[in-house]
Write a protein that binds this ligand. Structure first.
Ligand SMILES: [Zn+2]
Length: 361
C-alpha cells in the first residue's frame, strides 16, 4: 500500500514530510513550537583543478549535534519533555531538510566566484534531507519488518522523483551510515539524502566506463556485470525473483555486497510494486548476515547508486552498495596511504571467501 503523505514547514521554513502506513494519522496537525534560528550560511563548492573534482566547504557543519543523550534526541518524536525536529508525538517514516546541510536550495548566491584564477567557486546549491526509519530510538534498520522497509523505499522514491525536478540538481543519493565507527553522530536509526549540483567523482568514473562499454558492445555496463555474477554464482550471497545480492569480483571493502534489481531501471521511482516488495526481505537477510559475521552489530555504509538527472542518465542502473570497514572482530580497515592518497584500494579479504562466509551464516 502506498503510504499517506503529509507535509508541514518547521519554524525555520524547512520542509518536513510524514509517510504514514495508515491513512488519517493527523500528524501534520502538530505545529513546530520551537523558535529556530534562520538557516545557516551557504556552503561553497570549490573546484580542484588537479583532480577535476568539486569539494564542498561547509564550515557551519562543525557545530552540528553530536551524540546527544537519548532524552534530547532530535530524531525522536516530540514529547512533553523535549521538542525535537519532529513535532508529532509519533511517526512511521519521516523526512525533513537537514538543519546543517552540506547543500541547500535556500541559499543566497555568493559574491565570490573564484578563490584563485585556477580555482572557481560555485554556491553549494542542492538539497540535504534526513530520513527517519522508525520512531523507536533503539531500533536498527535490520530489525524493521519488511512492510516498514517498503515504506522507506516508497519515501526514498518520492523524494528522488521530487528532488530530481528541482533546478540545478545533477544527482540524488540516498544512503545510511550505521555505527560510530563510520562517524555516525546520532544513534537514532536514520539515513540521509544528498542532492548534488554536480555529478560525483565516483559516478563520473562509472559514466565514462559505461559509455565506453556501450560504444563497444551496445549494452549496459552494469547489466552485463550483474549477468556475469549471476552466471558465475560463486559470489552470489542471496537472491529472489526480483533481486540478486552478490559480492563484486573486485570488491574494495572487506565485506561488500551489491543488491541489484533484475530489470534495468534508472532509479527508485522506476521500481514496480512487486520489485519494491521483494527488496525488503532480501536486504534484511543480507543485513542479518552482516551482523552475524562477528556476532555484533556491523558498522556499515548503505549507498543507493541511481542514474544521474541529466546527460548520461540512460547509462545508469539502480543498485545498492552495502559495505563495512570491519575486517575482523576487533579490527577496522582504515583508509591509509594507498587508499587515501592514491585512491588505490588493497583488500585483505578475497571476495569469494567473503561471499562464502556470508552464505554460511
Ligand atoms: Zn531518537
Amino acid at each position: 500500500m502506498t503510504p499517506t503523505r503529509s507535509s508541514i514547514r518547521l519554524s525555520d521554513g524547512r520542509e518536513l514530510i510524514y509517510f504514514d502506513e495508515s491513512p488519517d494519522s493527523g500528524r501534520s496537525g502538530h505545529p513546530d513550537t520551537r523558535q529556530l534560528p534562520p538557516p545557516p550560511p551557504a556552503s561553497q563548492l570549490r573546484y580542484d583543478p588537479l583532480t577535476d573534482e568539486w569539494i564542498a566547504v561547509a564550515a557551519h557543519r562543525n557545530t552540528r549535534t553530536f551524540l546527544p543523550p537519548s532524552d534530547a534526541c532530535p530524531l525522536c518524536p516530540t514529547s512533553e519533555r523535549f521538542a525535537s525536529e519532529i513535532p508529532a508525538p509519533d511517526y512511521d517514516v519521516v523526512v525533513f531538510e537537514n538543519q546543517f546541510p552540506s547543500f541547500s536550495d535556500r541559499i543566497v548566491p555568493d559574491e565570490i566566484t573564484q578563490v584563485t584564477g585556477m580555482v572557481p567557486v560555485r554556491p553549494g546549491r542542492g538539497r540535504c534531507e534526513v530520513v527517519c526509519f522508525t520512531s523507536d530510538h533503539d531500533a536498527a534498520f535490520g530489525s524493521l519488518p519488511p512492510s516498514r522497509v517498503r515504506t522507506v523505499i516508497d519515501a526514498l522514491a518520492d523524494r528522488t522523483a521530487e528532488i530530481s525536478r528541482m533546478p540545478g540538481v545533477a544527482q540524488v543519493f540516498p544512503f545510511e551510515n550505521r555505527g560510530v565507527e563510520i562517524g555516525v553522530t546520532l544513534h537514532h536509526p536514520h539515513g540521509q539524502i544528498y542532492a548534488y549540483p554536480t555529478v560525483t567523482p565516483k559516478t563520473a568514473a562509472y559514466l565514462r566506463a559505461a559509455a565506453r562499454h556501450r560504444e563497444k558492445t551496445g549494452r549496459n555496463l552494469y547489466a552485463d556485470v550483474l549477468a556475469a555474477e549471476q552466471e558465475a554464482k560463486v559470489r552470489v550471497v542471496a537472491a529472489n525473483e526480483h533481486w540478486t545480492a552478490y559480492v563484486p569480483a573486485a570488491a574494495r571493502w572487506p565485506f561488500e555486497v551489491h543488491l541489484a534489481p533484475h530489470r534495468q531501471v534508472p532509479d527508485l521511482p522506476a521500481l514496480t510494486d512487486a520489485e519494491r516488495d521483494a527488496f525488503g526481505p532480501l536486504y534484511l537477510d543480507v543485513l542479518r548476515r552482516f551482523d552475524g559475521l562477528f556476532g555484533k552489530p556491523m558498522p556499515y555504509i548503505s549507498a543507493w547508486h541511481q542514474a544521474v538527472v541529466g546527460e548520461g542518465r540512460d547509462l545508469g542502473y539502480l543498485h545498492l552498495q552495502l559495505f563495512s570497514i570491519r575486517r575482523a572482530a576487533d579490527k577496522l580497515k582504515f583508509l591509509a596511504g594507498s587508499e587515501s592518497a592514491m585512491g588505490a584500494f588493497v583488500n585483505d579479504i578475497v571476495p569469494e571467501a567473503a561471499a562464502q562466509r556470508l552464505r554460511d551464516i
